[in-house]
Design a protein around this ligand. Sequence first.
Ligand SMILES: [Zn+2]
Length: 212
Amino acid sequence: MNIKTLIKGNKRFRKAKFTKYQEDFNTLVKHGQKPNVLFIGCSDSRVVPDLIVDTNPGDMFLLRNIGNFVPPFKEDFDYHGVSAVIEYAVSVLKVKDIIVCGHSHCGACASLYDDLSNNRKLIHVRKWLELGQKAKEYALMNLLTKKASKEQLLRTTEKISVTYQLENLLTYPEVVKRIKKGKLNIHGWFYDIEDGSIEEYDAKDKKYRKLQ
Ligand SMILES: [Zn+2]
């Protein structure tokens, strides 16, 4: 895969697939986008939101970052890329659902167990990974005595991280306001790269269940 492949890909897309969507795109241009869902997923190239839930252009507002992390709300005038997306999705697009979707074999969650303190090339990654620290601490505390394998430790970290990101989502005043009004629901998902299945977090039982 290189840039030439992508250019050829766009040619194929215009020739074959674009015509299939042309009318949809024209409608979306004419009336504007009105996605009902904000999907927060990992930047990992193996997690492809529109592919895994079989959605079309205009269906989902997307936010992808390393680890599908959600920083807590901060009322200052710094550059907050993630918060700006959430703000726009909630206050302007008025999405009805926000999904935070973690996934198996997440490099971000695995990196939580590496020491990056002396890596000057990764100062922003290192800072960003702080948003996964609570998940790591939880996984270590709950699994260390159970002789869990490294894989079990990582799966637990990935899954529990999603719940901490949901907690952070609840620090956004507009998110909370719309949930209280019954106009917004938030969901924690976990996508399994190996079999394509998705589990949803049940906040009442504190357990993940396979989506049927
Ligand atoms: Zn990931």
